[in-house]
Design a protein around this ligand. Structure first.
Ligand SMILES: Cc1cc2nc3c(=O)[nH]c(=O)nc-3n(C[C@H](O)[C@H](O)[C@H](O)COP(=O)(O)OP(=O)(O)OC[C@H]3O[C@@H](n4cnc5c(N)ncnc54)[C@H](O)[C@@H]3O)c2cc1C
Ligand code: SF4
Ligand code: SF4
Length: 1024
């Protein structure tokens, strides 16, 4: 029977891998025949050249199919052109299985629909591009869930989970992905589409007797099973987390000849999944989390078997190094403080219908633990909010082990081996000895309940010696795991990183069985070649490798957290794909709107990396692909706050644009909105005329065209008097009191001074003398969005010089505009790294709430009985963090909700600009604007950011107030007579002063001539 199987030799796959492809003709035909998108340009290929792993292979091209027919047609054309094929989901794989020299089919954009959900039968029918959380959110309505939950649950796709046989924290309760698959609708490279699942003997006979390609596949699979059954039973480790290799055990009669499950974990090397029917499991609504602190992680691991006997729904663990890394990075300090004492922790989650039952289960375990000679420290969390904080510590594992100050970069590679849970303690001791032998360091964390532990290691992947050492370590580590009867991969798959080691685990005969299994599905070896079977070596195709030598350009920013190297910043992204979340958080608004990889933070980081490599992208700082990807970055800094490794794309964008435009004319909006400080100063000398030019019906339309502003936008009205004029007339108060500088930012000072006026009153009421700089100063925030960094540096230097005495005297500076305070707290020291006054200013700059919370003893504003909807500015969240703001809102006694609204979409000048208007509106319409519209009219709308308030004012019938105004309202509620509805109308709407008819005619014609002249000159220069 065995002889009917073709035996592929390694040399055959080598040959097919290398076969040349007429990419141009293939692209042309694809474009002509599918509905989806076809992208063979250098930018797209660079974008998909790597996944979350250490590997990099530039694809032939990308196809983004709209439906299954597109996938079928793509496969047919690839076959015609002899092109390898690689299906892809979220691209979060860690072993190199999602990058290849192939046509990549990205299912994540359009093929993510839930086709059916049957709560009675507990099944769902889904498309492969569906994000796991999208399924879980719907399933939860029926108290059901898809059990395996990778840490990437908010962005990984079901197709990718099927490809990798993914698992997660709750695999203790629900098993791996393969345990939860009923059936698959698949496509072979040679064009056969069929549904596969469990197959009874009768069905099998029937299908084989029908013949054809389908019958042939079934016959060969049966033959394969019969040939290798005994060996499979003997050599496949019987452990909860065997992910390495193909699931040939699923073909055994005792497993029902389950072809769908045999295909789970094949990493795109056998078939393309077009649709899947998955099992859903009961999701216990009431949970209790027990945290046990042991003296170290090994002792914690030794307790796993007895804890598992209590049937938790999750059992996770981590060691002290992880916590120390978090401390060094100042990551989650409040959450870490909740942990009981210890040097190694276990998180044991119980789940049930009621909290009492879950707590009872936990208490039984507590009793058992307390009877021990050396009992662990114990804390029980039955409050979901508190428990979520502990889970956050565990889930930040990867972020905590990357970019630790003073430590070398830690890489994946050996990151998910699994052993029998009963042997976990000894395995970890042996593994740690190996780390020591190689002089490597690593934190340990992961799924202790299932014997699977993660770590990232400080491999040197850039020198020949380092790579040799990496290989030697990988081989020895594999020997240790195999010695324990474990699996080289217990979660992330083999890909390229571990496939070469599979013979150690399975022996050469089973490796041949894997080869034959692949050949049954993919006789030409065109599906994701070189991964899992006949693999590339683990030390080839490295993203860095011994030839890594990126350009190291001189930069404006000093990038102190990346050793001053822009190249190092581009290595920060670890590919988690958290920036591809679409349902929560701030990062990344442009991806949330466009669902394009190039508009995710990760995509942008990848393109910057490629730009410095100069191979696929060769334009350097002038590269148009990079420019295009950065164009829709709102510079919201959402990534700096939300990304586990704090990729700071707003700063990289500013740096890039500064070089891109060197010696080149910028778009008109850069000269208008970027230089708003100077225009506003000029306009406020003649506010009536300026407002006439920007507000009068026809003139304002012309003005908007001339300066590159979207016609739908209203230009803000210039204030008269400005805040500084008002303050000068009014004079300072509290002469002998301690001084505080109130920062008169360009937006509030020149456009809407009320918040600053309110802040003066608030600060004076708490006993400060408010000081406002006499000189004209601006932090330069709008300049960063346009990469005008030289000018920005000049403005900051001017501030440092002008305010030097106050800075040295330690006078605090309160800013109302979060993005301006963020300049002092972030950009300032990144630009002036060694300037002591810059460091002082950074420490002395506060937003109002921070100042009131930190500098005013026992601050208590009057209570204000109102409901409120609060939108926090992105820079506020990312740089200053919002705990003090919430503390003040609580002290005001407001019944408030902070929206999970991400970016408002206006983001400085971004939303005003013609080409960005659509993205701006879509971003706002995601959460913020509908929430404002549906808020009852007596609610306060609170937003500290000027552009957030502007977005709200321009798209709803409400106006938002700054916190300073809300506190002022609280101080005056009895006298001010705040209206019941639209409380914001207590403050006047900005309005312009009327002009006489003669003046209108005169100013109008001058204005028109001026604008035409500007436009003509700019267009002429641009054309050059
Ligand atoms: C920080 C971090 C934490 C992680 N934590 C976990 C974890 O807790 N548990 C876990 O299991 N994994 C984890 N992973 C790995 C990874 O996120 C998961 O394996 C995830 O399920 C992959 O999904 P994806 O959509 O990104 O798939 P991709 O990476 O896009 O694809 C994965 C594989 O599936 C194949 N594939 C995709 N779609 C199809 C299709 N339609 N047909 C056939 N094959 C297809 C691809 O070819 C590839 O081989 C983690 C990764 C990172 C970076
Ligand atoms: S940018 Fe951050 S969140 Fe996005 S993939 Fe990279 S590391 Fe992950
Ligand atoms: S700054 Fe904002 S828009 Fe730009 S990449 Fe980061 S999260 Fe996305």
């Amino acid at each position: 029977m065995r002889h009917i199987l073709p035996i592929l030799k390694e040399s055959d796959t080598e040959r097919t891998r290398a076969a040349p492809v007429d990419a141009q003709a293939l692209e042309h035909e694809l474009r002509a025949s599918i509905r989806g998108e076809v992208r063979f340009d250098a930018g797209s290929r660079a974008l998909y050249a790597t996944d979350g792993s250490n590997y990099r292979q530039v694809p032939i091209g990308i196809v983004i199919p709209k439906n299954a027919e597109d996938v079928i047609q793509t496969a047919a054309l690839c076959r015609r052109y002899n092109a390898p094929l690689l299906p892809r989901g979220g691209g979060t794989s860690l072993a190199g299985q999602t990058c290849n020299t192939a046509v990549v089919i990205d299912m994540s954009k359009y093929m993510g629909t839930i086709l059916e959900i049957n709560s009675q039968k507990k099944i769902a029918r889904i498309q492969p591009g569906l994000v796991l959380d999208a399924l879980r959110n719907v399933a939860e309505r029926y108290q059901l869930t898809f059990g395996p939950d990778p840490a990437t649950h908010a962005q990984c796709t079901l197709g990718g989970m099927i490809g990798n046989n993914s698992c997660g924290t709750h695999s203790v309760m629900a098993g791996m992905t393969s345990d939860n698959i009923e059936a698959l609708d698949i496509l072979t490279y040679d064009g056969l589409r069929m549904r596969v699942g469990k197959t009874s003997d009768e069905e099998l006979e029937q299908i084989v007797s029908e013949g054809g390609r389908r019958g042939d596949i079934y016959a060969r699979l049966k033959a394969l099973r019969d040939t290798y059954a005994d060996l499979i039973r003997e050599r496949f480790p019987n452990i909860p987390r065997r992910v390495s290799g193909y699931n040939l055990d699923q073909l055994l009669p005792e497993n029902g000849f389950h072809i769908a499950r045999a295909l789970i974990g094949t990493e795109g090397t056998c078939v393309t999944v077009l649709e899947a029917t998955v099992h859903l499991v009961y999701s216990p609504p009431a949970r209790a989390l027990l945290v046990l602190g042991f003296s170290d992680a090994y002792i914690a691991a030794e307790h796993v078997p007895e804890i598992m006997a209590h049937q938790p729904i999750a059992l996770e663990g981590f060691d002290l190094t992880l916590i120390e890394n978090m401390r060094k990075k100042n990551l989650h300090p409040a959450e870490i403080a909740l942990l009981p004492e210890g040097g190694g922790w276990l998180l044991v989650e119980f789940g049930s219908d009621t909290t009492e039952e879950s707590v009872d289960q936990a208490c039984r375990l507590i009793e058992q633990m307390q009877r021990k000679e050396h009992p662990p420290t114990i804390k029980l969390f039955d409050n979901p909010k508190e428990a979520a904080k502990i889970w956050m510590v565990r889930e930040s594992g990867l972020g905590a082990t990357t970019g630790v100050p003073g430590e070398p970069h830690h890489w994946e590679g050996w990151e998910d081996a699994a052993v029998p849970p009963a042997k976990l303690g000894s395995y970890l001791r042996d593994y740690s000895k190996l780390l020591k032998k190689y002089n490597y360091t690593s934190a340990l964390y992961g799924h202790f309940g299932q014997g699977c532990v993660h770590n990232r290691v400080d491999f040197d992947l850039t020198s020949r010696e380092g790579i040799k050492k990496f290989r030697a370590f990988m081989e020895e580590a594999a020997d240790i795991v195999v010695g324990y009867g474990g699996s080289i991969s217990g979660e992330h798959g083999d890909g390229q990183a571990r496939a070469e080691l599979l013979p150690k685990m399975y022996g050469t005969e089973l490796i041949q069985a894997f080869r034959e299994f692949k050949a049954i599905w993919d006789p030409d070896g065109k599906m994701n070649p070189g991964k899992v079977v006949d693999p590339y070596h683990l030390d080839e195709n490295l993203r860095l490798g011994p030839t890594y030598n990126p350009a190291q350009p001189a930069t404006h920013f000093k990038f102190p957290d990346d050793e001053g190297s822009f190249a190092a910043t581009t290595l920060r992204c670890v590919g988690v794909g958290k920036c591809r979340r679409i349902d929560s958080g701030t990062m990344c608004p442009s991806y949330m709107v466009t669902r394009e990889e190039e508009h995710s933070t990760r995509g942008r980081a990848r393109l910057l990396f490629e730009m410095l490599q100069g191979q696929v992208l060769q334009g350097g700082w002038r590269d148009e692909h990079v420019k295009e990807a950065l164009d829709l970055c709102l510079a919201c800094k959402g990534c700096k706050g939300d990304c586990p490794v704090n990729v700071d794309m707003a700063t990289y964008k500013a740096e890039f644009l500064s070089h891109y435009y060197q010696g080149k004319l910028r778009p008109m909006s850069a000269y208008t909105m970027g230089l708003i400080y100077w225009w506003a100063r000029l306009a406020c000398r003649v506010p009536t005329i300026a407002n006439f030019l920007t507000q009068a019906p026809v003139l304002s339309d012309i003005a908007k065209i001339a300066i590159g502003i979207a016609p739908q936008r209203r230009l803000p009205v210039f204030a008269s008097p400005t805040f500084k004029e008002w303050f000068r007339q009014r004079g300072p108060r509290n002469a002998d009191a301690p001084r505080v500088i109130l920062w008169p930012d360009t937006f509030n000072n020149y456009l809407y001074p009320e918040p600053l006026q309110a802040a003066v009153e608030v600060l004076e009421a708490v006993g400060y003398q408010v000081v406002v700089p006499e000189q004209s100063l601006c932090c330069g925030r709008p300049l960063y969005d346009h990469g005008m960094l030289e000018t920005a540096e000049r403005l900051l230097r001017q501030i440092l010089n002008t305010l030097e005495p106050e800075i040295i005297a330690g006078t605090p500076i309160v800013g109302l505009e979060p993005s301006c305070v963020a300049v002092f707290r972030d950009e300032l020291t990144n630009l002036f790294l060694h300037d002591e006054n810059a460091k002082r200013l950074k420490k002395q700059a506060f937003v109002l709430s921070e100042f009131l919370e930190r500098k005013v003893e026992h601050y208590q504003p009057p209570h204000l009985q109102r409901k409120a909807v609060v939108h926090m500015h992105c820079h506020h969240k990312a740089i200053m963090r919002t705990a003090p703001e919430e503390a003040i809102l609580k002290k005001l006694g407001l019944d408030y909700t902070v929206l999970d609204s991400g970016c408002c979409g206006m983001a400085g000048s971004f939303g005003f600009e013609k080409d960005h208007y659509d993205v701006s509106i879509k971003s706002g319409e995601r959460v913020l604007l509908p929430a404002v519209r549906s808020a009852s009219k007596d609610m306060l709308i609170i937003a500290d950011g000027f552009s957030c308030r502007e977005q709200i004012a321009q798209t709803t019938d409400r106006r938002a107030l700054h916190l300073a105004q809300v506190i002022q309202l609280a101080m005056h509620q009895d006298e001010k007579g705040m209206t019941k509805e639209y409380p914001e109308t207590t403050y006047p709407q900005p309005a312009n002063q009327p002009l006489s008819k003669v003046s209108i005619a005169f100013v109008g014609s001058i204005g028109l001539m001026l604008l035409s002249a500007i436009l003509w000159t700019w267009r002429k220069k641009k054309a050059r």
